[in-house]
Design a binder for this molecule. Structure first.
Ligand SMILES: C[S@@+](CC[C@H](N)C(=O)[O-])C[C@H]1O[C@@H](n2cnc3c(N)ncnc32)[C@H](O)[C@@H]1O
Length: 500
């Protein structure tokens, strides 16, 4: 049975905000009440440690955790103590809870969410751990791993118009509201848009909310920033696997991500950026670069794509069968697992990639750049700044001749180190690599010319001056040294190893 949706009542929401702040129902407050173990377990979708901690606590925040995150019945007196201004009547009028015996039971999930110094609350459907039941097809997801990945990788700058495609409960739009004069959000799900309206009102922001499929509701409109955590999951379409609105857009294979990538060019202002995440299929005998490269070429946009993960069809099937609430060993699990394997086999798919796609509309009439990187290891925590700086650097490089590149006095930032690997007893390095501490945490091997240049890149000489001196010192032809160093110099500038 679907629960009712929350109601927007601005006066009651003002009282609720006051209560939530006073009860310290914030990310910090919740983490303090739960402690590290129960917090981590809850993030892994295990409720028992959080249940134990909150059952023993008299903190009003603990009552709210039990009510809204664990879906447990909470005594009316405890709810009144935690939400004295809203009261039981207010909570019922907002349709956030219903009476059951002597207690109240939440009708939706409500959690604090924070980024940098901002705190919000996000309502969504009760999770599987709260209801103990499989998710409904129109389930509205709370904040998941993909949501926080996209939020962390989105470059943040003041913009006029921003768009969130497939907004769900509106988490990306909350971020957009910090930097955009106008935020448009779209979703196909009526239920999701009801939560988005509620969350906008609860957090005192205003969005232009539109129902429709993907980019259809914004036909003919352009934006400075577009974000999307689309329903990108690749699901068999033969009816053997239940479809969920939050993860299945309806097309076969990875068509939803392809269509989005190809379609975004028409909706970006010159200089505008689109940031999205998604899956792509890798058919046998091809590479992810072939597939995603073809998509971005059709988009006509600058593209920087970072592949973060690759799964084989079996791993992919296991991940998404479990996500749907099914466990290995049951007949249903095995049937769905088989359907996924058959579906991938029908397109000869050998692997599925996951990654982050950054698209940019050039402001000048030049060839778009395409940079497809495979970076599977750990990266820095706030990648938005890395994407913003990397995009600026790539745009600059795309508009810079090699001579102009060599006229700049590049310098390495403080988190960049040159490592010389030596055999014991020898002072001649076996190899030289340059590493960075933040961002993509890249590590790149340098040849002897590039190593000599990076070793002196402290901003005192232009690259051209340094390469002239290095060629003379090594008694090498200067034009050959330049030719060898320029491509790696472009890579190092694009990726923040060298700045000016
Ligand atoms: C993975 S969720 C993302 C939710 C939220 N933006 C986030 O980052 O957590 C994908 C969203 O796309 C919506 N959706 C599914 N099919 C869609 C379609 N054809 N057009 C637009 N949105 C769709 C779902 O309802 C869901 O809200």
């Amino acid at each position: 049975m679907r629960t009712s949706l929350p109601v927007v009542d601005h006066d009651l929401l003002a009282l609720l905000r006051t209560d939530l702040i006073a009860a310290r129902f914030t990310v910090t407050g919740v983490t303090e009440v739960l402690g590290p173990m129960a917090s981590a377990a809850l993030a892994r979708e295990h409720r028992l440690p959080a249940e134990r901690v909150t059952a023993e606590s008299t903190d009003p925040c603990a009552a709210l955790i039990r009510l809204f995150a664990l879906g447990a019945p909470v005594d009316v007196s405890d709810v009144v103590a935690a939400l004295p201004n809203t009261g039981i009547d207010g909570l019922l009028a907002l349709r956030l809870a219903r009476l059951e015996g002597d207690g109240l039971v939440a009708t939706c999930d409500l959690r604090p969410y924070a980024a940098d110094e901002h705190t919000w609350w996000v309502a969504s459907d009760l999770s599987e751990i709260a209801t103990g039941e499989p998710l409904a097809p129109d389930h509205v997801l709370g904040i998941g791993g993909a949501s926080t990945t996209l939020a962390a990788w989105t470059p943040r700058r003041p913009v006029r118009r921003a768009l969130d495609v497939g907004t769900g409960s509106g988490v990306q739009a909350l971020h957009l509201s910090l930097d955009a004069d106008e935020v448009v959000v779209t979703d196909l799900s009526e239920r999701a848009l009801a939560y988005a309206s509620f969350n906008a009102a609860l957090n005192k922001v205003s969005w232009d909310i539109r129902r429709g499929s993907m980019l259809e509701p914004v036909a003919g409109e352009t934006f400075d920033l577009i974000v999307s955590n689309p329903p990108f999951v690749i699901t068999p379409r033969d009816g053997s696997v239940p479809l969920f609105e939050y993860r299945d857009a309806g097309g076969a294979g990875d068509a939803v991500v392809e269509d989005l990538v190809v379609g975004l060019g028409a909706h970006l202002e010159p200089g505008g950026v689109a940031q999205l995440i998604g899956n792509w299929e890798i058919p046998r005998g091809t590479t992810w670069r072939d597939r995603v490269g073809a998509w971005v070429q059709r988009s006509g946009l600058d593209a920087w794509v970072v592949q973060r993960e690759v799964q084989d069809p079996a791993q992919y099937a296991e991940t998404w069968t479990r996500d749907g609430g099914h466990h290995a060993g049951t007949g249903q699990f095995e049937a769905m697992y088989a359907a996924w394997l058959d579906d991938f086999a029908s397109r000869d798919v050998e692997a599925v990639g996951f990654g982050i796609i950054t698209l940019h509309k050039p402001q000048t009439d030049r060839e778009p750049f395409v940079d497809l990187m495979d970076v599977r290891g750990p990266v820095g925590p706030a990648m938005g700044a890395t994407i913003a700086a990397g995009l600026d650097a790539r745009v600059r490089l795309a508009e810079m001749t090699d001579d102009e590149l060599l006229e700049v006095a590049w310098a390495a930032p403080t988190d960049v180190f040159v490592e010389h690997r030596l055999s014991p007893g020898s002072s001649e390095p076996v190899d030289v690599t340059v590493t960075q501490g933040g961002g993509l945490r890249l590590r790149v091997a340098l040849d002897s010319y590039a190593a000599a240049y990076v070793g002196v890149a402290d901003g005192s000489l232009t690259a051209g001056q340094a390469l002239t001196a290095i060629a003379a010192l090594l008694d090498e032809d200067e034009s050959e040294v330049r030719e060898r160093v320029v491509p790696i110099l472009r890579y190092l500038v694009a990726n923040g190893f060298l700045i000016d």
